[in-house]
Design a binder for this molecule. Structure first.
Ligand SMILES: CC(C)=CCNc1ncnc2c1ncn2[C@@H]1O[C@H](COP(=O)(O)O)[C@@H](O)[C@H]1O
Length: 264
């Protein structure tokens, strides 16, 4: 049979031909319209969501220090941003970081490619989407998720920081989620670096001139975003935050040890 059949990844399963449905697990969970039997299945969905967390934690727990790279799924392989993604993935791997991406095409693929070519650990956390896209070929450890929110937890939990290449809504969503987590101190010492001054400059100006000026954020919030064109500087920002985090952890362990010994 040499006709191309439709194909869909669904969590760990692969569906082809007539078995391909036209909705995703995220859509079915969030869409409250339709017959009530879907609603009655939510308790079962919770178990599936739980299983997705368990699988993700299990697959990623033994990763070395890692950095997540975000960026447009639409970036073409012959574009400067793709070349930047390769350089970034390569440099991160050379510094001993595993590189985590969304496992898709474009900037994600570029960062995975760079990491793989430099002999590093190249990770893709894929997502089930209505328009199927395969995990890019440069991923060595790939985990497929049905739910965006489970996948996002993994990006934050298993990386030392985010580096964001130019991108669209998906990239902005990931960027602002990270900033909100840092701003609300849900995560501490988590650097967020934007690469590409020309691309991100106008957004940073708007953040300063409008969000800050109109009191929607505080002055320290502006400092949460670091922007550079230099791959080495981006990595240095992450490495410095790692160093500070390491020192803080040693200090905390030491003060717990002191408290216990004082109490004895
Ligand atoms: C061409 C196309 C739409 C492919 C979709 N394939 C994808 N595969 C994996 N992650 C994705 C995909 N699309 C968006 N994302 C997520 O959203 C970000 C990119 O979205 P955008 O292209 O900037 O808005 C990525 O960092 C990734 O985590």
């Amino acid at each position: 049979m040499n006709t191309i059949r439709p194909e869909r990844r669904q969590g760990p399963s692969l569906l082809r031909g007539n078995l391909v449905t036209d909705s995703t697990a995220d859509q079915r969970l969030l869409d409250r319209r339709g017959p009530a039997d879907w609603v009655h299945m939510d308790p079962w969905r919770v178990l599936r969501i739980q299983a997705e967390f368990v699988e993700g934690f299990g697959a990623l727990a033994e990763l070395p220090p890692a950095v997540t790279v975000f960026g447009s799924a639409r970036t073409k392989p012959d574009s400067p941003d793709y070349a930047l993604g390769i350089r970034l993935g390569r440099a991160l791997a050379e510094q001993g970081y595993a590189v985590i991406t969304g496992g898709g095409p474009g900037c994600m693929e570029a960062a995975n490619k760079g990491a793989l070519e430099a002999g590093g650990i190249s990770v893709g956390l894929g997502i089930e989407l209505p328009h199927e896209q395969r995990m890019n070929e440069f991923v060595d450890l790939g985990v497929e998720f049905r739910y965006f929110f489970v996948r996002k937890t993994m990006f934050v939990k298993y990386s030392s920081g985010f580096i964001t290449l130019p991108g669209g809504f998906g990239t902005l969503d990931e960027l602002f989620e990270a900033l909100t987590l840092v701003q609300t101190r849900k995560v501490t010492s988590f650097p967020v670096v934007l690469m590409g001054r020309r691309f991100w400059g106008p957004m940073i100006d708007w953040i300063k001139d409008t969000l800050l000026t109109e009191g929607k954020i505080s002055p320290p919030d502006v400092e949460l975003i670091r922007c550079t064109d230099d791959v080495d500087e981006a990595i240095q920002i992450i490495a410095e935050a790692d160093r500070v985090r390491g020192e803080t952890e040693v200090h905390e362990r030491e003060s717990v040890r002191q408290t216990v010994s004082d109490a004895q």
